[in-house]
Design a protein around this ligand. Structure first.
Ligand code: 8QM
Length: 404
C-alpha cells in the first residue's frame, strides 16, 4: 500500500520498529524496509524511515537540512519539553554545537588517549586472567560490562560510589529516544534519582584532577566553553560512554564466539583488533537508530519530506544493506568495514570512538594472548532497548591457550 507525499508516492509500513518482535530480531524488518524503497512512511509512529546505506549516509551528512536541535529521538523538542536538558552535542546544531564538540574532540582524541593505553592493556590482562580461572562464564557481565566500568569512569574521574547507576541511566536514556512504550515506562520510576546522581558527578569539586571531566572544566576556565556548558559536556561522557561500549564489546565477543575461524585468524594477527571491533559495530550496530527533523521540505530518494517532520535513520539496516556490502550478515575480518554508519557520519560522528576502540583493543588483545577457543555455552539472551542492540547474557566456554 502507498500514501501520497507531496510529490511522489511513498511506500508504507505498519510495523512498529520499537515492538519487541523487531527488537528481538530486526533483520527481516530491515530487509523489508530497504526493499520497500529509499524512504518509507511508518504509520506506527507517523515518521519517515531510511533503511538503505545511501540515504542513511546522506541524511547523517546533511546537518543543514536535517537538524538535531529538535531532538534525535521521536519527541520533537519544538513542541514537547525534553525529559532532561538537551545535550549540547547530540541535540544541538551549528553554531552552538561546535565549541563543545571541539573541546571533546581534543580531550578524547588519539593523542590524548596515548597516556591511558598501557594502563588499560594491563587492566584488561588482569581482568582476563581472573575471569579465565573458570572455563565457563557470562561474557556480558564478566567482560563486556566489567571492563568499561573499570576503566571509563576512572578516566572521566568520577568517584567510586554510585557507579552502578551508570548502566540503568544509559538504558533509560536510550529507551527515551523511542516512543513512550513499555520500555520507557519501566525506567521512569527511577530516572529522577538516577539523573540527580549523574548531574552531581558533573561538578568540578567531585571530579578527579587527572580525568576527562577536569579537562572539560579546564576548557571552561580558558573560555573555550562557558562554565554553564561544562557540566552538560561532562554529562555527555557519562551518557554516551558506557552502554554503547558495553554493547559494542558484547557484539565483538558474540561475533568471535560464533565465528571460530575468525578467532583463529585474529589470534594469528592481533593487529586486526581494530578491524574486528569496527566489523562488529557494523554487523550489530549497538546504536540502531536515530532521528533527525526536516528543517524545510527536503527531497530524499524522490520523495519530499515536509519541513518539521521526523526522519528515522536505521543505522543497523544501512550497515547490512546488500547494496553496499557483500555478504552483509557475515563477520569477516578480511573486509574493510570503514564507511559503516555505526558511529554515525558527519559532524556528529561519535566523538568517543577512539576511546571505544582503545577499550576493545585492550580487551581483545588480552583475550587473544590467552584464549585458544571461545564458544557459546548456553542461551544467548537479548536485552531489548528502543535504541540499543544489546545482550543481557552471553554464556561462553573457553579453552586457554597452550593448555588445550
Ligand atoms: C549516543 O548526552 C549526550 O551528549 C549523548 C548521549 C547519547 C549519545 C551521544 C551523546 C550516540 C551514543
Amino acid at each position: 500500500m502507498t500514501t501520497s507525499a507531496t510529490h511522489t508516492v511513498v511506500p508504507v509500513s505498519h510495523v512498529d520498529p520499537f515492538g519487541h518482535e523487531v527488537l528481538e530480531d530486526p533483520h527481516q524488518f530491515h530487509a523489508e524496509l530497504r526493499d520497500a524503497g529509499p524512504v518509507v512512511h511508518l504509520t506506527a509512529q507517523d515518521v519517515y524511515a531510511l533503511g538503505r546505506h545511501e540515504q542513511v549516509h546522506a541524511a547523517l551528512s546533511d546537518w543543514q537540512s536535517l537538524e538535531s536541535g529538535a531532538g534525535v529521538g521521536l519527541s520533537n523538542f519544538r513542541h514537547a519539553k525534553p525529559w532532561r536538558p538537551p545535550s549540547l552535542l547530540l541535540e544541538a546544531d551549528p553554531p552552538r554545537h561546535d565549541a563543545p564538540r571541539a573541546v571533546l574532540t581534543r580531550i578524547l582524541g588519539p593523542r590524548a588517549l596515548r597516556r591511558l593505553r598501557d594502563a588499560w592493556f594491563a587492566d584488561a590482562a588482569a581482568l582476563v586472567e581472573r575471569v579465565l580461572r573458570t572455563p565457563e562464564f557470562d561474557a556480558v557481565t564478566a567482560l563486556a560490562e566489567e571492563f568499561p566500568l573499570r576503566v571509563f569512569p576512572d578516566a572521566v574521574g568520577i568517584p567510586k560510589e554510585g557507579r552502578e547507576n551508570l548502566l540503568p541511566y544509559g538504558d533509560h536514556l536510550f529507551n527515551a529516544f523511542g516512543p513512550p512504550n513499555d520500555l520507557v515506562e519501566k525506567g521512569t520510576s527511577r530516572i529522577a534519582e538516577l539523573s540527580e546522581w549523574v548531574d552531581a558527578q558533573c561538578r568540578p569539586a567531585v571530579l578527579d584532577e587527572d580525568g576527562f571531566g577536569a579537562r572539560i572544566w579546564e576548557a571552561a576556565g580558558r573560555g573555550d566553553i562557558t562554565p554553564e556548558q561544562a557540566p552538560l559536556v561532562v554529562r555527555s561522557l557519562l551518557s554516551a560512554g558506557v552502554d554503547t561500549t558495553v554493547h559494542g564489546l558484547a557484539a565483538v565477543l558474540h561475533a568471535f564466539a560464533t565465528h571460530p575461524g575468525q578467532w583463529r585468524r585474529f589470534r594469528r594477527n592481533p593487529g586486526l583488533a581494530r578491524v574486528a571491533f569496527d566489523e562488529a559495530v557494523r554487523l550489530e550496530s549497538p546504536v540502531q537508530t536515530f532521528f533527525r527533523t526536516a528543517v524545510t521540505d527536503v527531497r530524499i530518494g524522490g520523495a519530499v519530506i515536509p519541513g518539521g517532520r521526523k526522519i528515522l535513520m536505521f543505522l543497523g539496516a544501512a550497515n547490512r544493506d546488500p547494496r553496499r556490502w557483500e555478504r552483509p550478515g557475515e563477520f569477516d575480518l578480511s573486509r574493510d568495514p570503514s564507511g559503516h554508519v555505526g558511529f554515525g557520519m558527519g559532524i556528529h560522528q561519535c566523538v568517543g570512538q577512539h576511546v571505544a576502540r582503545l577499550e576493545s583493543e585492550a580487551l581483545l588483545t588480552a583475550l587473544a594472548e590467552r584464549v585458544e577457543r571461545i564458544e557459546i555455552a548456553g542461551p544467548v539472551v537479548r536485552h531489548h532497548n528502543n535504541t540499543l542492540r544489546a545482550l543481557s547474557s552471553l554464556p561462553v566456554r573457553v579453552v586457554r591457550a597452550g593448555r588445550a
